[in-house]
Design a protein around this ligand. Structure first.
Ligand code: PGA
Length: 244
């Protein structure tokens, strides 16, 4: 089965860049594309959906976040999962470390996970430790606490979990393949022990690029990758997808 490749564009891009990059990606791509997900900034998702539909492409769309409130309401500045679904998403990144640093607490993330599951959006739930926790060997207990939020979700269904060590994001530092394998297996064991009814796809994210992706995807437990900076370089991103 193809591994899942998620492009997290963060706060980057423009209409022009999305037009250009999506068309180049679609013409470069040898993969079946159904395993490739683009998380563009929310304002561009509907535009990207139009391109994907007009090209009959199979790739999917994600939001980088969603409101903990669903539907409509007096929530200035918020974007509900319903609105994002209307624009064409299938997935939503929830709990990225950059959102956690902007104030998303575990309680807020539980509500966002509930909102996503309630609407049939597949969450890409991100967890990851700081360099201090890694160096003091406390990373597994910290990751365990982040995973425990899942137990408070009302109706947990299949989801994607992304292990993104904070110290690897945008730094060109990546854990060893053994370190990645250890954490991915830890997450998979946690899910099968606590939620035997669901299946979780577990990704690695943090400084993934065309030069290291093959080794990472060759770690048998790894189900795919979440790619930040390298997803903005369309030829490099196409090369990454062609490894999946
Ligand atoms: P990076 O970002 O690939 O630029 O390290 C990954 C992420 O933050 O999702």
């Amino acid at each position: 089965m193809s591994k899942l490749i998620v492009a997290n564009w963060k706060m980057n891009g423009s209409l022009n860049k999305i037009n250009n990059d999506l068309r180049i990606y679609l013409s470069n791509s040898n993969s079946n594309q159904a395993n490739v997900v683009f998380a563009f900034p929310a304002v561009y998702i509907a535009h990207a959906r139009n391109i994907i539909e007009s090209e009959s492409a199979k790739c999917k769309l994600a939001s980088q976040d969603l409101s903990m409130h669903s539907g409509n309401g007096a929530c200035t500045g918020e974007i509900s999962g319903n609105m994002l679904l209307d624009c064409g998403i299938s997935y939503s990144i929830i709990g990225h470390s950059e959102r956690r640093m902007s104030g998303d607490t575990n309680e807020i993330l539980i509500q966002k996970l509930n909102a996503a599951f309630g609407l049939g959006i597949i969450p890409i739930y991100c967890i990851g430790e700081s360099i201090e926790l890694r160096e003091s060997q406390q990373y597994l207990s910290f990751l365990h606490k982040q995973l425990e939020s899942l137990a408070k979700v009302a109706d947990i269904k299949g989801l994607v979990i992304a292990y993104e060590p904070i110290w690897a994001i945008g730094t060109s530092l990546i854990p060893t393949m053994g370190q990645i394998k250890e954490v991915i297996l830890y997450i998979k064991n946690y899910v099968s022990d606590n939620f035997p009814q669901i299946s979780a796809t577990v990704l690695y994210g943090g400084s993934v690029n065309a030069a290291n992706v093959r080794d990472i995807l060759n770690v048998p437990a790894v189900d795919g990758v979440l790619v930040g900076g390298a997803s903005l370089k369309v030829d490099e991103f196409s090369a990454i997808c062609n490894e999946a």
